[in-house]
Design a protein around this ligand. Structure first.
Ligand code: ITT
Length: 192
C-alpha cells in the first residue's frame, strides 16, 4: 500500500486511478494537518510533503505530488504558487479566475502554457523524485467543468477543447501527473 501525502481531491482521484486504488490518502489514516510548502521548486515542495508524512508513518512508502501551471508570456507565473495564486487558501475557482483576469489585463486571448508535476517518494531506501510535463495553451475563458484547478482554461497540444471539456480518461492518458507517475512506478517497483 502506498500512502499519498495530498489533500487535493482532484489529485487523489487521478493518482488512485493510476495505481488501481492501491493508494490511500494520508487523511484516511490520521488527522489531516497543514504542511508548510516553503521550497523553491516543485521538487523541493514535493519532497517536503513526502518527508512530513513519512516522519509520521515510517513503515510506509509515501508519495507526494507538487504541481502547477506556468505561463511563459507572464514570466512563468503562477508556477509553484499555483495553489495560492489568488490568495493564501484560495479555492480552485478563485485561482482560475485570477489567471483568466491576468491574461485579459495583458490583452492575451491565448498563449502557450505548461503543467508540471513533481512526484516525490519517501521510503526506507531514501527519497526519490521525478517530473512530468504537459504542454498546451491557456485561454482567457473557462470552458467545461471536468478536471480541477486550471483545467477549464487549458487546451492541451493536439486538441481544440479544454481539459474541462475532455473526459477524465483523455487527460489521464497524457497528463503531467501520469507522465511523472509512470517514472515513479519504475522506482516503486524496485523498492516495494
Ligand atoms: P496538496 O499539496 O495537498 O497535494 P495542493 O492543491 O496544495 O494539494 P499543490 O501545492 O501542488 O497542491 O498545488 C497545485 C496547484 O496547481 C493547485 O492550484 C491545482 O489546482 C493546480 N494544478 C495542479 N495540477 C493540476 C491539474 O492536473 N489540473 C488543474 N490544475 C492543477
Amino acid at each position: 500500500m502506498i500512502v499519498l501525502a495530498s489533500s487535493n481531491k482532484g489529485k487523489i482521484a487521478e493518482i488512485k486511478k493510476f495505481f488501481n486504488q492501491d493508494v490511500v490518502a494520508f487523511s484516511e489514516l490520521m488527522e489531516p494537518f497543514e504542511i508548510e510548502e516553503n521550497g523553491e521548486s516543485f521538487a523541493q515542495n514535493a519532497i517536503i510533503k513526502a518527508e512530513a508524512i513519512y516522519k509520521k508513518l515510517p513503515n510506509h512508502i509515501i508519495i507526494a505530488d507538487d504541481s502547477g501551471i506556468s505561463v511563459p508570456a507572464l514570466g512563468g507565473i503562477p508556477g509553484i504558487y499555483s495553489a495560492r495564486y489568488a490568495k493564501e487558501g484560495a479555492s480552485d475557482k478563485e485561482n482560475l479566475n485570477k489567471l483568466i483576469n491576468t491574461l485579459k489585463e495583458h490583452n492575451i486571448q491565448q498563449t502557450p502554457a505548461f503543467y508540471t508535476s513533481a512526484i516525490a517518494i519517501a521510503s526506507k531506501y531514501g527519497i526519490f523524485h521525478v517530473h512530468g510535463f504537459m504542454y498546451g495553451n491557456v485561454i482567457a475563458q473557462a470552458r467545461g467543468n471536468k478536471g480541477f484547478g486550471y483545467d477549464p482554461m487549458f487546451v492541451p497540444d493536439g486538441f481544440d477543447k479544454t481539459l474541462g471539456e475532455l473526459d477524465f480518461e483523455v487527460k489521464q492518458s497524457f497528463s503531467h501527473r501520469t507522465k511523472a507517475l509512470k517514472l515513479a512506478k519504475y522506482i516503486l517497483d524496485v523498492i516495494k
